[in-house]
Design a protein. Structure first.
Length: 182
């Protein structure tokens, strides 16, 4: 098992999840919310750094191919669940965001079962992830935002996620069709 810097950063992101959850869900003042948002910013930046280091210094490993997306999905699900607890009125949007990632996971498993090599994240997936972090950091840091503003931000995020999901669906279908034609 190759436990290099990128893999260590992915593990660190996973370990930050309960710290984020505890900080956010027990927050009582502005500084607590800022700390929770800071943890999320740190997690997002370390996600970028671990990918850069892995590619730049040829540290891509099979373990990293599992740990990095696992850290991404667990972070996303944890942040959404925490918001769901704090602001349950928008549960349909939260469910949509979680469903998108569950469906992506199922699509990835289907590709693996067909022995189709899964390519790395595409620009639309990365854009969707950046939008997720930006919007969630704002919502978490500023719980005093009017509900209308939060709803608009969640709807913008949902649109980015749906766009990304649709693009990945077309990509996955093309990969399956090309593998069947071999």
């Amino acid at each position: 098992m190759n436990f290099n810097i990128p893999n260590s950063l992915s593990v660190m992101r996973i370990l930050l999840i309960p710290v984020f959850l505890w900080t956010y869900l027990t927050a009582s003042g502005p500084e607590d919310y800022y700390i929770a948002a800071g943890i999320l910013v740190f997690s997002g930046l370390s996600d970028t750094v671990d990918g850069f280091i892995a590619r730049r210094f040829h540290m891509i490993t099979q373990l990293g191919k599992i740990l990095d997306p696992m850290a991404d999905k667990l972070t996303l699900a944890s942040v959404i669940c925490a918001l769901w607890i704090r602001k349950p009125q928008w549960w349909p949007l939260y469910a949509l965001l979680i469903a998108k990632d569950v469906l992506m996971l199922l699509g990835g498993i289907r590709l693996m079962k067909k022995n189709i090599t899964i390519e790395g994240a595409k620009w639309f997936g990365k854009l969707s992830t950046v939008m997720f972090y930006v919007i969630m950091v704002i919502i978490i840091a500023r719980p005093d935002l009017p509900d209308t503003n939060i709803l608009v931000m969640l709807m913008v995020l949902a649109l980015f996620m749906i766009f990304s999901f649709a693009r990945y669906c077309f990509l996955f279908l093309r990969m399956i069709r090309s593998s069947n034609g071999r």
